[in-house]
Each structure stands twice: as structure tokens, then as C-alpha cells.
Design a protein around this ligand. Sequence first.
Ligand SMILES: Nc1ncnc2c1ncn2[C@@H]1O[C@H](COP(=O)(O)OP(=O)(O)OP(=O)(O)O)[C@@H](O)[C@H]1O
Ligand SMILES: [Zn+2]
Length: 646
Amino acid sequence: MASEEQLKTIEGAKVLMVGAGGIGCELLKTLALSGFRDIHIIDMDTIEVSNLNRQFLFRQSHVGQSKAKVARDAVLKFRPNINITPYHANVKDPMFNMEFFKDFNVVLNGLDNLDARRHVNRLCLAAEVPLVESGTTGFLGQVTVHVKGKTECYECQPKPTPKTYPVCTITSTPSKFVHCIVWAKDLLFAKLFGDRTRENDLYVRSSDADGSVKHSEDIFEQSADEDLEQYGRKIYDNIFGHSIEATLSNEETWRNRNKPKPIYIRDVLPHKFAKPNGSSEENCANDDTNISAMASLGLKNPQDVWSLEESTRIFMEALRLFNEKRKKDVGSLIFDKDDQLAVEFVTAAANIRASSFGIPLHSLFEAKGIAGNIVHAVATTNAIIAGLIVIEAIKVLQGDAKKYRMTYCVEHPLRKMLLMPVEPFEPNKSCYVCSETPLLLEVNTRRSKLRDVVEKIVRSKLGMNFPLIMQGSNLIFEVGDDLEEDIAASYASNLEKVLSELPAPVTGGTMLTVEDLQQEFSCNINIKHREEFDEETEPDGMVLSGWTPAAPTEKAAHAISNGEGTSSAPPGTSEAEIVDDVEIVPAQTDVPVGTKRKLTEILNSKDGGSDDVRQGKRAIEVDDNGGDDDVVLMLEENPEKKKRLQ
Ligand SMILES: Nc1ncnc2c1ncn2[C@@H]1O[C@H](COP(=O)(O)OP(=O)(O)OP(=O)(O)O)[C@@H](O)[C@H]1O
Ligand SMILES: [Zn+2]
């Protein structure tokens, strides 16, 4: 229960929530029930069926409607006298500018992507409004507090880039199911149904009539004398048969690996693959996203693992359906985890490849999770996180800086849950966002074009949407709808010039100023000329640095991926092991049962004692503030140990 003083603060506060999804629904409900009376919500999405299992403010009848608006209506039903203002819009829209942000006492994020989080962080810094940031990944989650000048900003700690795999593992030597999924989704699916003019590492071979193998790109084209079944069989044999055969010819590759087995369709489906009788196509053909190869083959349970024959049938049927029912999309499709037919095709192709490489097969449900980079959301984690957001918001509104906590919800290797509150970190002095520290860009100024810097650095690494680039007082590039024609043309021509040949040349020693007026954000980049870059480790052909995390031994925060490397992981996890996008956090303590220790002591303890913890021999209570009520408990063997969570 809130104290009277807290209630007064709560009732007078104007709060902005960004995101009305899994965390957002919980948060809006908790805010309303805690007494908040003036809440604004921005969400750009409409409700999807897949949201209904956890976004409890939404019902089947709301599918297709604005999340922000429906969330408002649902909460007003039980709190009719409060003000909730919904915006069905992207938080990056220009209307949500610094002036808009300034109007709020606190901003609460319930987002799911790095881009939007960075954008909100920058506007909160510019408007000097405190931000309570959050994220969840399955059982993991965190709430962090960002107050300009007092605590670190959301970008003070570098975020990890999403996990990538070496191309050769994907194209030639997969050893895990995820490698097969990446191959099926990013190479095969893209090649067959996406933009064929794009570079694609799928290396395929086609056999001549006489059986010899020749390299051929055009096997992906259906030739005039082929029907769809022949076309499908040709592709199947090439990617699962001939190309495997070809990689086997390189003995060296297989010296220490299990050799894959080529698969030819005649051995799996010897007879013509007739269109199934009584298929349910009629029932589902109206909506593209409902067209399903599983439905037309009568396979119902997404949790079943298909046999090689079933995967082969799905592969052929999905290929047919794309070409017959979704012909208009073919050539421009991008894999989408909510596109049923795309998921079916990718699952089937990944499983056929997995069969070939002796990798365990997976169900469509599992494959979809891997392909969509999905860690299935846990409603309870969202509810816990929403509660913690409100607790921090109240502290922020009361200006109770000493009590701010960043709280991490950790799934321990033993699958015991741990809530871990830590004092927020100070701003990182080398953060290019909240301090004025310049960045350093090593680049070959005689080879790289301005376009490379804009795309690879300014947009991608710095997350700017409307960048403006200056060399000294010379404007060399700007994005905007209202540019005069001749200026727009000169910027367009600058993009194609190498840096050293720009009208205001950019060479070693030059300092660039990069601004995003919409984000009210600007930073400086010192340029250092470098001739060579390592293709493997520096694929961008340029390296941005000068922005380092705060020293890990003091207070370290890392990031657990949430969708796109978005959320943060607990302190003391600097050696966290990243396994398929989820960080596994090593246990870090050696404390006798029942002992209370300050969190910093525990995090700094060298010997770790983590084996004991992993084996369930100890119970640890972490009290970060000698009796403060932010107490965390990890229970091992003895389940009746004290439980006190906030
Ligand atoms: N730039 C943005 N502007 C406004 N809202 C955004 C922006 N980016 C993300 N969101 C919203 O943040 C919410 C995040 O919620 P959540 O993580 O539960 O994702 P979801 O899309 O609802 O579910 P899932 O991705 O798991 O299917 C979404 O409702 C999404 O629309
Ligand atoms: Zn910062």
C-alpha cells in the first residue's frame, strides 16, 4: 500500500508509457490500480491473436485494433475516473518531440526493440525527464532507472549485437539445429521467395542430364517445360542432394566431423506428390497468412516432430502454395515468424537439412521459436517487472535518489529465480550519448564512401533516424523531406563520394559532428585513417570505438538479448556466457547459509563458490542496503528459508 505522501505524488503525476504489449498491459493495470490518474500511452501496433495469451487487456474481438486504445478502454472499465490518453503511433514520430516529453514527470518503457529504446532515452535526456526502462526474456527481466546526471543513461553500456554465425558453418558445416534454421530462413527462403537480385551465399549445384555436376544459379527459376512438382523436385535434389555431395568431395572438411548424407527426393517420395484430396485450401485461402501446407496435408499439431517424409511433403506443398496462391508475394518476401506458410517451409527445410547432417529434428513450434529469435514470453515475469517499474517510478517521482534500484530477474542455472536489486550506476563518462565524449572512427578515407559511414555507423551503430553530418561548419549530409531540390541532389552526390574527396574532405584528424534533430542528440566523431581491415573480424571495413563500458569490477551491467539485444543483464555477469542469444549468468557467491552480505561484496568475491550454489547446497540472501527492503532471496535445498520480495 502506498503511504499518504506517496499517494499524493502518484495522483499529481503525469506519466508517459511507451509500449502497450506484454509489459505494457501489466504496467497500465498496475499504474491504474496504484492510483495514477493521468497516463499517456504510445503504441504503434494493432492487436494480434498471438498477443492474447499474455496481453490480458485484449480479447479475440479486439484483434486488428490499436493496442493503445483498447488498453485504455479496458482499464477505464475498472478505473473509470482516471485519464488515459492513447496514441496509436510510432514513438519516433516527430510529434513526440522534446516539448512533448517535457510535459511528463516520468517516462516508462515497455518496448521490445533497441532502436525505440535508444530513441526514447535520447529524448528523455534532452527533455530531462526520468526514464524507467524495462525488458523481459522468458524468465529473465530487468527494470533500470535513468535520471540525467544522476544515473547512467540507457546507452551508457554498449549493447551486444545479435548473435551471428560464420557463413561457412551455415552453408557447409552445420552442427546445431539453429544453423539449419538460419540456412533455411536467411539463405534458402530468401533465395526462393525473396529478392533474387540480392547477394546470397546459398551455393547450389545442378546436375546435367549425364549426371555431372555444374554450378548453376538458375535452378531457382522454374523452366517453361517444368511443372511445379518437377521444379520442387529439382530444387530439393540440388540443395539436399547434389550440393551435399559436392561438399563431401572436400575430404579435409570432414576429417574431424560427421559426414552428411545426401538426400534425394526419389528415395523419400518415390511417387508423384499428388495434390492432397479434400484439402482444406478453400477454408483458408482468403487470408495469405492463413494459407498452410500443414492444413492441406492434415498435419495439425505444431508440437509434433515431422518425419523426413513429412518434412519433404511440407517442403513440396509449401513451395506449391507459395507459387500458386501467393505468387504476387514471391520475389519480395522477407521471412516473418507470423507468416504460417513461411514458418512451415523453413521448419521443413531445416529438418531435412538436419536429417542430412545427423542433427536432432525439431517441431514447428520449436523451429518457429528459433527462427523468430523467440524466447517464449512468460506472463508472470511481465507482471513482476511491471510491479517493479511502478515501485521505481514512485521513487523517481519523490526524488528519492538514494533508494533507486535497478532490479534484475534472473533465472539461475538451477532454474531458481533470483530478484537482484542494485544501486544504479553513475553516468559513464565515456558515453557518447549522455556525456560529450567524442567517438573514434577508424576508416579508409580514400576508399570508404560517405554512404558507408551513414549506413553502417550513423544509422546502424548510432541509431539516428534523421542524421545531419557536419565537417567543421560545412554541412555535408542531411536527411529531410523539406530540402530544396539542388541541396538534396548535392547530398545525394556526396553519398557516393569517398570521404577524402568530399567538398569538405574528411581525412585522418578530421572531426565530424553528427546530429539528429528529432532526437535532440548530437555527438562528435574523430576520424582516423587506416588502410586495411580484416574481412572476418571487421566486416564493416571501419571500426567505431571510444565508447567503453564502465569498469566491470565496480559495477558492471551487461545485456541479455530481448529480441534485438535490448535488455540488460545483472551486474557481476561480465563473464556471462552467451548461448543462443540468452546469457547464462554464472553464480557469483560464496556465502554461508543465511548470511547477509552487501551485494557489492558478493559480486566482488573472487572464489565464487558457485559450484556449491549450483549443487543446491547453499542459500543466499542478498541485501543491498543493510535492512532496506529490497531483499533478494535464492533458495536452494531448504525451501522454507525466508522469502521477502519488496
Ligand atoms: N517505435 C515504437 N513506437 C511505439 N510502440 C512501439 C515501438 N516499438 C515497439 N513498440 C511496441 O512495444 C510493444 C512491445 O511489446 P511486446 O514485447 O509484448 O511485443 P509484441 O509485439 O506485443 O509481442 P511479440 O513480439 O512477442 O509477438 C509492442 O506492442 C510494440 O508495438
Ligand atoms: Zn550515457
